[in-house]
Write a protein that binds this ligand. Structure first.
Ligand code: PLP
Length: 382
């Protein structure tokens, strides 16, 4: 190692960190025990988390945990290599068949994560000379996949179907066009107008792909998109990503999605946990209903009557104001992390509350009172 290079990297990184710190954008990790009994312990304090995406509580479900243990005992802790290299653990195929059936599409492919699924599937579909038209609030992993594809990217204003349609109409008819949206937006919790977007895509001969990371198990929208991507790390309580769609495209991913070919397969315990969680999701639909009802209760208590998913954002504007509100809630035993730019647009820093089937009404009521107090303190009206 050249010690000058080492010092350069460190000095430049220190300057970058300091600039982030000055702008209130430096991020820190907080050691936290997320315990199987549902408690979260941080700095010795027991808290209730309203900040995770385990919407159905399935990551803590005894059957899911047991499935992970049994598969780990049978197959080991890791999968050894890419699915193409080491041989495909049969749990992958079972999981893919289940996902395809749940999505009502012919086939599905499992990836190492939702991020990897987006980063692999989009470039396998479109490339240089093609056009991607995407909602401006699409997740970072969709943006990553779009950029990796080399296609021209056109973002449309959030949920603005007319603008999406306009961009699609301007496409070069000899190339491919792909319309991208989330089903449930991860930072706002609102829903995409899927039918209208699908019509715009159909009218212009474009393909459409959705990211259902925050919808699965909670929001049962009719989704007309032929390509439906998602993650197993949220309501499915485990880890991994997937995309469902036409059989030949799903087959093509084995050869052309670089994040599939050149990445190690998911650990067997994770595959088994995801399978067990999806089984519970299907057999106990009341879990999703409870999560949604909890979010709606909170929304009604703080004056938001249009809650459509398990995600309820409360906007504080500036990053420091959101951070202060988060600290106040933490002092009262509620873990609600502030979401700041660049994750959300400048001036829209927020607390993003997520609701689980496990949350209790009394806690939601206490939380809502505190939230109203933090808003009043920040001078923000209802
Ligand atoms: C909309 C959306 N897509 C994709 C991802 C990435 O999924 P994963 O965490 O499985 O990589 C996330 C969240 O992390 C997300 O919110």
């Amino acid at each position: 190692m050249n010690s000058k290079d080492f010092l350069d990297i460190d000095a430049i990184s220190a300057a970058r960190l300091s600039r982030l710190q000055d702008r209130g954008l430096r991020r820190f990790l907080s050691p936290t025990d997320r315990l199987v009994d549902g408690r979260v312990i941080r700095a010795g304090q027991s808290m209730i988390s309203f900040s995770d995406n385990d919407y159905l509580g399935l990551s803590l479900h005894p059957k899911v945990i047991d499935a992970a243990i049994q598969a780990t005992l049978q197959y080991g802790a890791g999968s050894g290599a890419s699915r193409l290299v080491t041989g495909d653990n049969p749990l992958n195929e079972t999981l893919e068949a289940k996902l395809a059936r749940m999505k009502g599409l012919p086939a599905a492919r499992v990836f190492g994560s939702g991020y990897l699924a987006n980063a692999g599937a989009i470039p396998a579909l479109v490339g240089a000379g093609d056009l991607i038209v995407m909602d401006e609030l699409c997740h970072a992993s969709m943006h990553a996949g779009a950029r990796l594809s080399g296609a021209r990217i056109q973002s449309f204003s959030h949920n603005d179907v007319a603008s999406a349609s306009q961009y699609l109409q301007e496409r070069d008819a000899t190339s491919h066009a792909l319309l991208l949206t989330e089903t449930v937006f991860s930072m706002d919790g609102d829903l995409a107008p899927l039918d209208e977007l699908a019509t715009a895509a159909r009218e212009t001969g474009a393909w459409m792909m959705t990211d259902d990371a925050h919808g699965l198990g909670i929001v049962a929208q009719n989704n007309p998109a032929p390509l439906q991507l998602g993650t197993l790390s949220k309501a499915a309580g485990a880890y991994g990503g997937y995309i469902a769609g036409p059989t030949n495209f799903i087959d093509l991913l084995i050869s052309r999605a670089r994040t599939f070919v050149y990445a190690t397969g998911l650990p067997p315990g994770v595959l088994a946990a995801a399978l067990a969680a999806l089984t519970l999701m299907e057999s106990e639909p009341e879990l999703g209903r409870r999560s949604l009802a909890n979010a709606r209760l909170f929304g009604s208590l703080i004056g938001q009557d249009n809650v459509q998913s398990a995600i309820v954002p409360v906007l504080y504007g500036e990053a420091e104001v959101a951070m202060r509100a988060s600290t106040t809630l933490a002092q009262q035993g509620f873990l609600v992390t502030a979401i700041r730019p660049p994750t959300v647009p400048e001036g829209t820093a927020r607390l993003r509350f997520t609701f689980s089937a496990r949350h209790k009404e009394e806690d939601i009521r206490r939380l809502s009172k505190l939230v109203l107090e933090t808003l009043a303190e920040a001078g923000i009206g209802k």
